[in-house]
Design a protein around this ligand. Structure first.
Ligand code: HMG
Length: 417
């Protein structure tokens, strides 16, 4: 029998401050409806230099271990997915390993490919366990990022930050992965990038949306072909994508999930009908079905709308939001997941929600994680954005969290937990 492998549990860490998206719109002289209805945002997480990608990753991982009682002596791999590296050479995974005092007998490395780096790390962990190479050990995969475009840019309302830590094992209480069905699609494009030495990302915003949708279509069709071979979906009165209970997308801003869902449906509608059999306008309308979006996507976006883009962690924040909202109702049902990283690579995969998903999610205590945050004014947000990255303010870390305390002779020192 094939091993059951997947995500056993997760934990979330977010910066302790956020700005209300309508406050930001008003400060920029923009109709707030553009950011709320147009982009789907509500709040945007703001980090200060003490809350860097390392401290967020370590906080999420420490929380996972504590909340879920993880036996760290069984962890054989620690992968950090990030595009907010702090060093060309020393991986964030090594910092997390040290801060959490994890056993020495484990693999540690970072995985980078824009927002796709977390999924690349997750698949390395899943396939390591599924192949038997893990020999019964578990893996920690931590997705951590700070999305930063800069003040008064088009990307500004799509910033955010945070980390999601995943425990991967042969006890997939949250999501048992359909190993071997993944569809992938890659292309060499400049849609979003951050040259070495730059703090802010560069982006060709509208083109990046086109790249996302194009790569996603390739990845989805690849998954669908294999899922059909295995009899998991079929051509039927329901579209193949409708045979998934929910579909979770990479969420750079919430409206993108709506566009992505319409694209998945369009792939099905085009391929089911054959060229010319249904007028293109009718197909486009059916692709945009509000009912399908409400049923399959809308409930996954509760956390993303309140945190913003978390790059590698965005898809896993959507998974957290989905299982937080409907963990019990989705037990034993198959969901699809779409990861996208600029540059670009998309991967579509699926898995079955576990019977203990609701119980595991209750331990993650996500309502408290978000409720503890402080709303700040746009002036305070701008002050935080203008602080130098290497001189964190001296603030005592909240219990159970880490903060960057100082950088001395190019060595980072952390406090807390
Ligand atoms: P923009 O040009 O300022 O906005 O930038 P817009 O004019 O395209 O308007 C946005 C939406 O608001 C539109 O809706 C408007 O109609 C609507 P749509 O037509 O797209 O459905 N709108 C309004 N709605 C209601 N009331 C109003 C109103 N006015 C306008 N008054 C853009 C938008 C997303 C391009 C910008 O914020 C940006 O560049 N963001 C960063 C790039 C990004 O997020 N790209 C997403 C795909 S790439 C990706 O996901 C990878 C990434 O995560 C990075 C990685 O992989 O590492 C980014």
């Amino acid at each position: 029998m094939k091993k059951r492998v997947g995500i056993e549990a997760l934990a979330v860490a977010v910066p302790r401050r956020y700005v209300d998206i309508e406050d930001l719109a008003r400060a920029r002289g923009v109709d707030p409806a553009k950011f709320t209805a147009g982009l789907g945002a509500k709040e945007m997480a703001i980090n200060d230099p003490g809350e860097d990608s390392v401290s967020l990753a370590a906080t999420a991982a420490a929380r996972l271990i504590k909340q879920q009682g993880v036996d760290t002596s069984k962890v054989g791999m620690l992968v950090v997915g990030t595009e907010t590296g702090v060093d060309h050479s020393k991986p964030i995974a090594s910092h997390v390993h040290g801060l959490l005092k994890l056993p020495r007998s484990m693999r540690t490395f970072d995985s980078q490919h824009a927002c796709y780096g977390g999924t690349a790390g997750l698949m390395a962990a899943v396939e390591w366990i599924a192949s038997g190479a893990g020999a019964g050990r578990t893996a920690l995969v931590v997705c951590t990022d700070i999305a930063r475009y800069g003040l008064k840019t088009a990307g500004e309302p799509t910033q955010g930050g945070g980390a999601v830590a995943l425990l991967v094992s042969e006890t997939p209480d949250l999501l048992a992965m359909d190993v071997g069905l993944n569809g992938v699609c890659t292309s060499d494009v400049y849609d979003f990038w951050r040259p070495v030495g730059r703090r802010e990302a560069l982006v060709d915003g509208h083109y990046s949306i086109t790249c996302y949708l194009d790569a996603m279509a390739g990845a989805y069709r690849g998954w669908r072909e294999r899922a059909m071979e295995q009899g998991l979906v079929r051509w039927d009165s329901k579209l193949p994508s409708e045979q998934l209970a929910r579909i979770l997308y990479h969420v750079p801003f919430c409206k993108m999930a709506r566009k992505a869902h319409a694209q998945v449906r369009l792939c099905d509608l085009e391929d089911a009908a054959g060229p010319g059999s249904v007028p293109a306008e009718a197909r486009d309308e059916a692709a945009k079905s509000q009912a399908s979006y409400d049923a399959q996507v809308a409930k996954s976006l509760g956390l993303n709308a309140r945190v913003g883009n978390v790059y590698t962690a965005s898809l896993y924040l959507a998974l957290a939001g989905q299982l937080h909202a409907e963990g019990a109702a989705l037990a034993n049902q198959r969901v699809g997941l779409l990861s996208y990283g600029s540059g670009c690579c998309a991967e579509f995969y699926s898995g079955v929600v576990g019977e203990k998903a609701a119980e595991r999610m209750a331990r993650a205590d996500l309502d408290t994680v978000l409720a503890k945050r402080e709303r700040v004014s746009v002036e305070e947000y701008e002050r935080l954005m203008n602080l130098p990255y290497d001189a964190p303010e001296a603030i005592a870390p909240e219990p159970g969290t880490f903060r960057l305390a100082e950088i001395h002779e190019h060595r980072r020192k952390y406090a807390g937990a």
